[in-house]
Design a protein around this ligand. Structure first.
Ligand SMILES: Cc1ncc(COP(=O)(O)O)c(C=O)c1O
Length: 348
């Protein structure tokens, strides 16, 4: 039976949801792609600045309803930062201690936001170490390891209930093409793509789910060969997406196609998108939009018309010292010039 604290915690989260608005679906009409509108579901406008706001809400509800989170339970999470910011927000809402386990290179802005919500950061050297360090901390503190990389795919109700896919289709209802040809998404936990992929099948939509994967990530190879033991020695340089191991939340069978995206292409697209939107987005959004542009060019070449939907995962304000710093880009990502030329060619 639920304790009164758990009942109170669930109603706090539901009331917070009730006070929240949906995120915008922005239409990008590029002259080069007549009849092929690209839509951007702008997840940067959540109170905690990223698509992970939805996941954090779902993970807290899942933990509460499973009896894993009780009054005073310390919450521990392994994260590349965005999920930790959102979970710190919900932990504060419920008055729970929160510790984020993250690679030391995580954007400073995210670290500051976690601290702003009263959370604590525990740094490890590389992305490969976050899982074990989280388990150890949870044991030591008698806390709950949220484990987004395992539970993201099941904490969200993929059938509907206002999930991101459901919201996208509702917002497309008055558009020239109400059912997009493609939804393009990158994978961190793989939870968002699992939700979208399952929803498409459940609703019987013909939309293809295309997952874009950065360098140094094992998801692309895993999708092709289904070897769940694949490992990468290097962490992804596109914060939030691409993993060094096959995450349990990444469900390959719901993905129709995958595309490998060079890191320099992601960053070049991110910078190009700023000129289209008049504001900065994060690098994983660059990865998503690169994939959308490639598909739009393919549709144009084949004489097809139709819509493509992808996501703005978070805002670029978090990455002023990295992806928006030319020196950092030169040292960590490399030369963007060939990719800038390629975007120009695609959009000509
Ligand atoms: C900035 C950013 N973009 C994209 C993603 C990928 O989302 P998902 O974990 O649902 O695969 C994440 C996940 O951490 C993220 O932080």
């Amino acid at each position: 039976m639920n304790s009164s604290w758990v009942n109170h915690a669930i109603s706090e989260i539901n009331a917070d949801y009730q006070r929240s608005a949906d995120t915008h679906l922005i239409r990008l009409s590029l002259p080069a792609f007549a009849g092929i509108p690209i839509y951007l579901k702008d997840e940067s406008t959540h109170p905690t600045g990223s698509l992970k706001h939805r996941l954090a809400r779902s993970l807290f509800l899942y933990g509460l309803c499973n009896g894993w989170i009780k009054e005073g339970t310390p919450i521990i999470e392994a994260s590349s930062g965005s999920t930790a910011v959102s979970e710190a927000y919900f932990a504060r809402l419920l008055g729970l201690p929160f510790i984020a386990v993250m690679p030391g290179c995580t954007a400073k802005r995210k670290v500051e936001q976690i601290a702003f919500y009263g959370g604590r950061c525990h740094f490890v050297e590389s992305a490969c170490e976050i899982y074990e360090a989280s388990e150890t901390l949870a044991k030591e503190l008698n806390g709950h390891y949220m484990d987004q990389f395992t539970y993201a795919e099941r904490a969200t109700d993929w059938r509907g209930n206002n999930n991101i896919a459901d919201r996208i289709f509702r917002q497309m209802a008055s558009e020239p093409y109400t059912v997009p040809d493609y939804i393009v998404m990158s994978a961190g936990t793989g939870g968002t793509s699992a939700t979208i992929g399952r929803y498409l099948r459940y609703q019987g939509y013909a939309t293809q789910l295309v997952v874009v994967d950065p360098q140094n990530s094992v998801f692309f190879d895993y999708w092709q060969c289904r070897d769940a033991t694949l490992k990468s020695g290097i962490g992804s340089k596109i914060e939030g997406i691409g993993r060094p191991r096959v995450e349990p939340s990444f469900i390959p069978a719901v993905v129709d196609d995958m595309m490998r995206v060079p890191d320099a292409a992601s960053v070049a697209t991110m910078q190009w998108l700023e000129t289209m939107l008049g504001r900065k987005v994060g690098a994983s959004t660059g990865t998503n939009v690169w994939g959308a542009l490639r598909l739009a060019a393919q549709m144009r070449d084949e004489g097809r018309k139709g819509a493509i939907v992808t996501l703005i995962c978070d805002s670029g304000e978090r990455y002023l010292e990295t992806y928006y710093n030319p020196q950092w880009v030169e040292q960590n990502i490399g030369d963007l010039t060939p990719w800038q030329a390629e975007i120009k060619r695609l959009c000509a």
